[in-house]
Design a protein around this ligand. Structure first.
Ligand code: SF4
Ligand code: SF4
Length: 456
């Protein structure tokens, strides 16, 4: 029985879970960005003119917080240069001309029976296969699991998929139930734990029944049906729902003994270990009024967004906004020539009809934002003190604990851009902290130099 958390909303889910998954044909040229995870970006390890196979490693970085990047097709490297990244700016990318042969790379052999039970062998494979958080966080999974060893006693798989529109996880559960359970088992062994919990919202009852029919206990997995409420899939809310533990302000899941990984991350672990296939493909949902329909699709990373739209029939209306992920927590993509990456769970195309911005947003002091905030924050005051740039008060109202879920903005009758404001505020706090650090370092250097001069 899952535990309840404060707040949350019931948005119009706009999901089309019964639209079957199609496979988008890879484009003539894939553009593979060398930054597809949190941490140190990769450096290309191939050169222009090289022939690469599908699944061959083409970028890596020895830094601990990093994950290698693999070619999603076979073909010839025709350029290594900055190209539009979905999260903004031009970022170095490896451009590969697709030979449409899908000649597989054999560098990663499937793990042996003994290796499939071996913690270190699984962790090494998760790293080598370039697996990152595919729910959108894109944190390197091997580093996340290693960081929790000795601290984490509960592994949670996030199957809530609570954001409107998105169905990629639901389809992964339906199409690959046994593979998914085996992937969770591998993540559990890698974490050194006897049991994992798979939290799934009850609006995916067909998937819950299917997974339960595969005897999840044999894999050390318990399925936990959860209340349908946004943002059930938020990491901190999953932890609360499954364990009743609360991640303290500024704390991390490992601080309360938990690690959370996403559904498609678990499936990627299965493929890497059982099939020797690295992470270069995912299932996502495309939708929104500009597209005029919902499409669930399996897509190789490095596929241009413009090409994907063409492949599914093009726009029916002029798009005004492209969102990466879901409409509540997704990030704005400003360039349709950018490509999808490992963490792209959704691509939504909205027209001006969905634009909630108004010229004069006005607070009517209804208190609804307080009622819906799952972090029990007071958005109305956080907003007020941001307007005054009162950093002390913003901190007093715990603005840094905002998980940017969007519930307050969604419910605000005054149409205040609350979540957007809090995202901006957190960036300002980060910039101030960086400035303070630089000042302190400069002062320490100056003091050191003075000391040396006096000693002479
Ligand atoms: S929900 Fe909007 S209008 Fe209501 S109190 Fe909060 S900020 Fe003000
Ligand atoms: S966006 Fe932040 S303040 Fe608003 S409801 Fe979510 S956690 Fe609370």
């Amino acid at each position: 029985m899952p535990f309840k958390y404060h707040g949350g909303v019931h948005p119009n889910y706009m999901k089309a879970p019964d639209v079957p998954v199609i496979s988008i044909t890879p484009p003539p040229q894939v553009i593979v960005p060398m930054a597809q995870h949190i941490g140190a970006p990769c450096k290309p390890i191939v050169a222009v003119g090289d022939y690469v196979t599908m699944g061959q490693k083409i970028g890596d970085n020895p830094a601990p917080v990093s994950a290698p990047i693999h070619s999603p097709v076979s073909g010839k490297v025709i350029a290594i240069e900055p190209r539009p990244h979905p999260l903004g700016d031009n970022i170095p990318a490896v451009v590969i001309e697709n030979d449409y042969q899908d000649t597989p790379c054999t560098d990663l052999a499937p793990l042996t029976e003994a290796e499939l039970q071996d913690q270190e062998a699984i962790l090494t494979r998760i790293r080598e296969a370039g697996i990152v958080g595919m729910g959108g966080a894109m944190f390197p999974t091997a580093f996340k699991i290693r960081g929790g060893l000795g601290k984490v006693d509960t592994l949670i798989i996030n199957g809530a998929e609570c954001e409107p529109y998105l169905n990629g996880d639901h389809w992964t559960m339906r199409l690959h139930p046994e593979e998914l359970l085996k992937g969770i088992q591998l993540a559990r062994i890698a974490s050194g734990l006897d049991k994992a919990y798979y939290g799934i919202e009850k609006n995916k009852q067909d998937a819950i029944d299917l997974l339960n029919s595969k005897n999840p206990a044999q894999y050390g997995v318990e399925i936990v049906p959860e209340e349908v409420k946004y943002p059930q899939g938020g990491e901190k809310l999953q932890i609360k729902a499954i364990t009743n533990r609360e991640v303290k302000p500024g704390g991390l899941p490992a601080g309360v003994g938990c690690n959370v990984i996403s559904t498609q991350t678990a499936y990627a672990i299965y493929r890497a270990c059982y099939e020797g296939v690295p992470c270069f493909q995912r299932t996502l949902t495309m939708g929104g009024s500009a597209l005029g329909k919902s499409v669930n699709a399996t897509v190789r990373v490095g596929t241009p967004i413009r090409y994907m739209v063409e492949q599914v029939g093009g726009f029916v209306k002029e798009p005004r906004k492209i969102v990466l992920g879901g409409p509540m927590m997704g990030l704005i993509c400003s360039n349709i020539d950018a490509v999808n990456i490992k963490g792209t769970a959704g691509l939504l195309f909205f027209t001006e009809e969905e634009d909630r911005n108004v010229e004069n947003p006005t607070c009517i002091h209804c208190g609804q934002c307080l009622q819906v905030c799952p972090m029990k924050l007071e958005p109305v005051y956080m907003y007020k003190y941001f307007q005054k740039r009162d950093f002390e008060k913003m901190q007093k109202y715990h603005i840094l604990d905002c998980i940017e879920c969007g519930c307050c903005s969604y419910n605000c009758p005054g149409r205040l851009p609350l979540t957007h404001t809090f995202k901006t505020a957190k960036l300002l706090f980060a910039a101030r902290a960086a400035e303070e650090k630089a000042r302190a370092e400069a002062a320490a250097k100056e003091a050191e130099a003075k000391k040396e001069a006096e000693a002479k």
